[in-house]
Design a protein around this ligand. Structure first.
Ligand SMILES: *Cc1c(COP(=O)(O)O)cnc(C)c1O
Length: 420
């Protein structure tokens, strides 16, 4: 979002005019930003065979998936439904990696039948896999390298208490199962969490996979997952992708020489590709002064963006309607009957009722984590591509809330019972 003269724009599209055209609350995504993030990663890893698998749980609207297909990425999926969405969006099965956790074996079998790359993160699942497919279907192994990484405990997955991955400490057992069933392992994977700032954490994890690799002669790729940290406010520390590219590419090339084969290097970024590309536009319903603060109450809440409440995530907020007014201190809250604070003690240009606020970094884990709590409908989504806004999801209506509900006529039932 850029301030030009006295209006905010995304690309060349006026943000306030978007609100007039599509209503609020509204999710708006900037395709140009997504593309530049793809390119940043590609440029940093230009010296190796790097493949991006967009982690679509961050934002899985079918048009966004098609956009990433257009930008040449593959897809990382965590449910069979995401696999189906990816195929519907036009991805080839072999461009999709399926990394489920604690799903039924039937779901894995369905994914096998669809031809996608299967990532296995549990020895008991691997045994079932080997029993049924033997060496006929290749798979990738998700390791837990037990690296402490990432923002807070809720988004860190590499620690010893984590449910994700097969512990590196279990590798002897793992190899026994692989050998017994003659399983063909074509990839090694790790994903240690989100909001990792330090390139050395990735290198530490990579070294663990490199050390394991000699036991797996059929490797075609190594997947280092994701966890790149993005900026949530001006001056924030982020993962230095260029630095990571230099260090990890060098280490990877050296590893490939020792391994005797040039493997592909995969990443599965979600947040990195879409977080900063999205804003949630909301309208100010009320200004409410209490003894403690001045609340700005907006027409959205944890039903549309739960990250601030769930992870204490920081989302910058901007008053789009009143850019040059003096700043005052506000607490921005939602309209849900539950404490749903978007931000405490935020300096905003003076907010008036009906002003439009933009909540930034709303591209990742915004809409996809939304709900109909309080019987509220989910907002519309708009994608700005080549300077034009495209509606990619209509706002829900009451019909959507009632859609799968079944109404029971209790009077009729009781009357029928009495007649018997
Ligand atoms: C969630 C997830 C990702 C994406 O993580 P980000 O922090 O959004 O980049 C990648 N891989 C797997 C297996 C995931 O579960």
């Amino acid at each position: 979002m850029q301030l030009i003269d006295n209006r905010y724009y995304i690309q060349n599209v006026d943000v306030l005019s978007l609100c007039e055209q599509f209503g609020t609350p509204l999710y708006v995504y900037d395709a140009e930003k997504m593309q530049s993030q793809v390119e940043t990663l590609q440029n940093a890893f230009a010296s190796v065979k790097m493949k991006i698998k967009y982690a679509c749980k961050a934002l899985n609207n079918i048009s966004v998936l098609k956009l990433f297909k257009h930008y040449g990425t593959g897809l990382d999926t965590v449910s069979i439904q995401e696999v189906h969405l990816g195929l519907k969006a036009g991805f080839e099965p072999q461009e999709i990696i399926f990394t489920p956790n604690c799903v039924s074996f039937e779901e894995i079998q369905e994914a096998v039948s669809l031809g996608v790359v299967i990532n296995i993160d549990n020895i008991s699942i691997l045994e079932q896999f080997g029993h049924i497919y033997g060496s006929s279907v290749p798979c990738c192994i998700r390791f837990n390298p037990h690296i402490l990484a990432g923002g807070n405990h809720k988004i860190s997955t590499g620690h010893i208490d984590s449910k994700f991955g097969i512990s590196v400490l279990q590798s002897r057992h793992l190899l026994r199962v692989i050998k017994t069933y003659n399983i063909r392992v074509t990839g090694l994977h790790m994903h240690t969490g989100s909001d990792i700032v330090d390139a050395d954490v990735f290198l530490q994890g990579a070294n663990i996979l490199f050390d394991l690799a000699p036991d797996f002669p059929d490797l075609e790729f190594m997947d280092f997952g994701s966890g790149f940290k993005v900026a949530y406010k001006e001056g924030d520390i982020t993962t230095d992708i260029e630095d990571l590219g230099k260090k990890l590419s060098t280490a990877f090339q050296k590893f490939c020489r020792n391994y005797g084969k040039e493997l592909e290097l995969w990443f599965e970024p979600g947040k990195f590709l879409v977080s900063e590309a999205g804003v949630l536009l909301v309208k100010t319903n009320v200004i409410k002064t209490t003894p403690a603060t001045v609340f700005v109450g907006v027409n959205s809440g944890l039903n549309h963006l739960i990250r601030p409440m769930m992870y204490d995530a920081y989302h910058e907020i901007v008053n789009v309607s009143n850019p040059f007014a003096p700043q005052r201190v506000y607490t921005v809250v939602g309209y849900i009957c539950e404490t749903d604070t978007f931000g405490w003690d935020r300096k905003l240009n003076e907010v008036r009722e009906n002003d439009i606020l933009a909540i930034k970094n709303a591209g990742a884990y915004g809409f996809t984590m939304s709900s109909q709590y309080n019987a509220r409908t989910r907002p519309a989504e708009v994608l700005i591509f080549e300077g034009e806004p495209y509606l990619i999801r209509k706002a829900e209506t009451l019909d959507d809330i009632l859609k799968n509900q079944v109404e029971i006529n209790f009077e009729q039932i009781v009357q029928n019972l009495q007649e018997i």
